[in-house]
Design a binder for this molecule. Structure first.
Ligand code: DGL
Length: 266
């Protein structure tokens, strides 16, 4: 494995860029190859077998770009495919659920936690089980929120329709007094501004992006894979289907140079 090789990151769409942003903040010297499988989005409504197959194909695509490690920047793919990927490929592969759980448990005062994620992630019970293992006293309430990803991919991240969907989804858990809301989908950090306005500071918002970046850093350090080269690191974005909304959102969210988006053929 070559330390000057890029990191590979994949998601079904724009959500994984929330992890890319955290990676660029913590590991500014790393080059990144990003794959958004926009042609087959959403992953959240697909069966575990299909998600595993997509995750293997996404990883193979990144391997063809000679990445030194893969970040599965998608909770649905992490929940259903991470152990399978780790068994299949001989390179560091890091997911987002364990970092998300770690971030949730970083406040020992949390008592009642709401978890929102895709239907696939909620059905896998990945968050519910991991939280119950480490904090059996914690009350966790999970809610699939499948309408959010299409809004986000459309760039409607501050639209009145989105706000009313969010209110509908969150009302029951807010009525029961959650103190923490886990954003169990990498798309959802794009909703942090609107969620903050809706929830004020009564509810702590947790996502896995920065904790995931910290896991990646520890892994690269342990494997001697941190990039030490002096040249400017690069960020390449590949999509299985081009979308203007993706490009606009990516520029707005990353505020970074990534050149022309490339067409990915898996
Ligand atoms: N961003 C993904 C996740 O974290 C997947 C969203 C989707 O494609 O449904 O689950």
């Amino acid at each position: 494995m070559n330390a000057s090789a890029p990191l590979g990151v994949f998601d079904s769409g724009v959500g994984g860029l929330t992890v890319v942003r955290a990676l660029r903040e913590l590991l500014p010297n790393e080059s990144i190859v990003y794959l958004g499988d926009t042609a087959r989005l959403p992953y959240g409504s697909k069966s575990p077998d299909t998600i595993r197959r997509f995750a293997v194909e996404d990883t193979q695509f990144l391997l063809r770009h000679e990445v030194k490690a893969v970040v599965v920047a998608c909770n649905t793919a992490t929940a259903h495919a991470l152990p399978h990927l780790q068994k299949t490929f001989r390179m560091p592969i890091i997911g987002v659920v364990e970092p998300g759980v770690e971030a949730t448990l970083s406040d020992p005062n949390s008592q009642r936690v709401g978890i929102i994620a895709t239907s696939g992630t909620i059905r896998s019970c990945a968050y519910q089980h991991a939280l119950a293992m480490q904090r059996p006293d914690l009350i966790a309430e999970a809610k699939p929120t499948p309408l959010l990803v299409p809004f986000i991919e459309e760039g409607w991240i501050d639209h009145p329709a989105l706000k009313s969907v969010l209110r509908e989804y969150l009302k029951p858990m807010l009525d029961r007094g959650i103190d923490t809301l886990v954003l169990g989908c990498t798309h959802y950090p794009l909703l942090v501004p609107v969620l903050k306005r809706m929830l004020g500071n009564k509810v702590r918002l947790v996502d896995s992006a920065s904790t995931c970046a910290a896991h990646v850093k520890r892994t690269l350090e342990a494997e001697g894979l941190l990039r030490t080269a002096k040249g400017k690191p690069t960020l390449e974005i590949h999509l299985t289907d081009y979308s203007e909304q993706f490009e606009a959102l990516a520029h707005r969210f990353l505020g970074a140079e990534f050149g022309r988006i490339k067409k990915a053929v898996l």
